[in-house]
Ligand binder design. Structure first.
Ligand SMILES: Cc1ncc(C[n+]2csc(CCOP(=O)(O)OP(=O)(O)O)c2C)c(N)n1
Ligand code: SF4
Length: 350
């Protein structure tokens, strides 16, 4: 934990297209344990928003309860935020999103918050293809309540007290693909080269973007025998691809061998450039993605990178044909269209 942050900023710190330096995207000083993976993810989120030239007031940060769910206080202090109830972040995200589709919704959760108390909410927000980025900071334990095993702790892994977990783990990325999530990625808090482009791509995806990020808990789950420790993750990580995110306006440049690069075009015209490492994996094919994750799991590997993406699916707004304008900007004429139109609507129900 560090209590002092220097206010000095180098005068030559680069500015983005809006004229902001990266510190404009930071938040309050973190009170998490020094070395906690969650702080690295917060820094990656700030960097991604800086590089995407996002106006912080166009972002709404939503979370549940846990050390992970505290992190929205540590990035984007100029954004909207709602720290909700344990496991209930998806409901808050759904309500806010329905009222105003113009904001970028960034949901932050933990493996406890998502895979136990919040599981019911998680599966339904995926089915609805809500337009949001949902990040799980996954440390395999309940950090805030002193390190109990969570439902993502691998069977056979050992916790700090030496107890072996007897139960099968829940693989959130596989589950998300299975339930029809339209963007699923996996990464590691210690790999910002991979994490930042994935966050940028998730923010540009017009549907539910899920990022499962392994984020070691240095205080309660970084021991030998844990499969979520820094050492274990570094030794077992297997990338499907390295990822570059090319925003809509930027020209694509590549130095990679022909055939090893796959360009995935996003709705807004931005491109995700994948430098594929795993030959027999296709990120637009759901079965191939599920196979790749399960194959890796059977070899005790953690597959990272963009695992799956579907650019054709309609999101929640499209499916429900909701108002294109935020509800708080609708005027009286739009809200009260007149007796004749009301009669037409009533007649259509008769
Ligand atoms: C309704 C309710 N039940 C239980 C708790 C206690 N509790 C607080 S945080 C937490 C789990 C946190 O784990 P996780 O989401 O993995 O976050 P981490 O702290 O590991 O980042 C629990 C069980 C609570 N706050 N509210
Ligand atoms: S207890 Fe674990 S998860 Fe919580 S801040 Fe400390 S290291 Fe991070």
């Amino acid at each position: 934990m560090s209590y002092v942050r220097s206010k000095f900023r180098h005068p030559a710190l680069p500015k983005n297209e809006l004229g902001y330096t990266v510190d404009y995207y930071e938040g309050s000083l973190s009170t998490l344990c020094a070395g906690c993976g969650h702080d690295s993810i917060s820094a990656a989120i700030a960097e991604a928003c800086f590089e995407l030239n996002i106006e912080p007031h166009k972002v709404a940060k939503l979370s549940g309860i846990g050390c992970s769910s505290k992190t929205p206080a540590y990035f984007l202090s100029n954004s909207h935020g709602f720290n909700s109830v344990h496991g209930r972040m998806p409901s808050i995200a759904t309500g806010a999103n329905l009222a105003n589709r113009d904001l970028i919704y960034l949901g932050i959760s933990g493996d406890g918050d998502t895979a136990s108390i919040g599981m019911g909410q998680f599966v339904h927000v995926i089915r609805r293809n809500l337009n949001m980025v949902y990040i799980v900071m996954n440390n395999g334990c309940y950090g805030l309540t002193k390190g109990q095993d969570s439902a993502t702790a691998d069977s056979g892994s050992k916790n700090k007290s030496g107890n072996i977990n007897l139960f099968e783990s829940i693989d959130l990325a596989s589950l998300a693909i299975e339930l029809g999530a339209t963007f699923v990625a996996q990464s590691f808090s210690g790999d910002k080269e991979q994490l930042i482009p994935l966050i940028k791509a998730g923010m540009s995806h017009p549907g539910f973007a899920f990022l499962n990020v392994i984020s070691p808990c240095v205080t309660f789950n970084n021991n030998a025998g844990s499969t979520k420790s820094y050492d274990y993750v570094r030794e077992h990580i297997e990338a499907t691809s390295t990822v570059d995110f090319v925003p809509i306006k930027r020209e694509i440049q590549t130095n990679y061998e022909e055939g090893s690069v796959q360009n995935l075009k996003m709705h807004d015209g931005s491109i995700i450039q994948l430098h594929k490492l795993a030959k027999d994996w296709n990120p637009t094919d759901r079965f191939s993605a599920i196979n790749a994750v399960q194959n890796a799991k059977s070899k005790n590997e953690i597959l990272t990178g963009l695992l799956y993406m579907n650019t054709d699916a309609q999101n929640f707004h499209g499916l429900l044909q909701t108002s294109e304008k935020p509800l708080n900007s609708l005027g009286e004429t739009e809200l009260c269209p007149g007796a004749e139109i009301l009669k037409e609507i009533n007649d259509s129900f008769r």
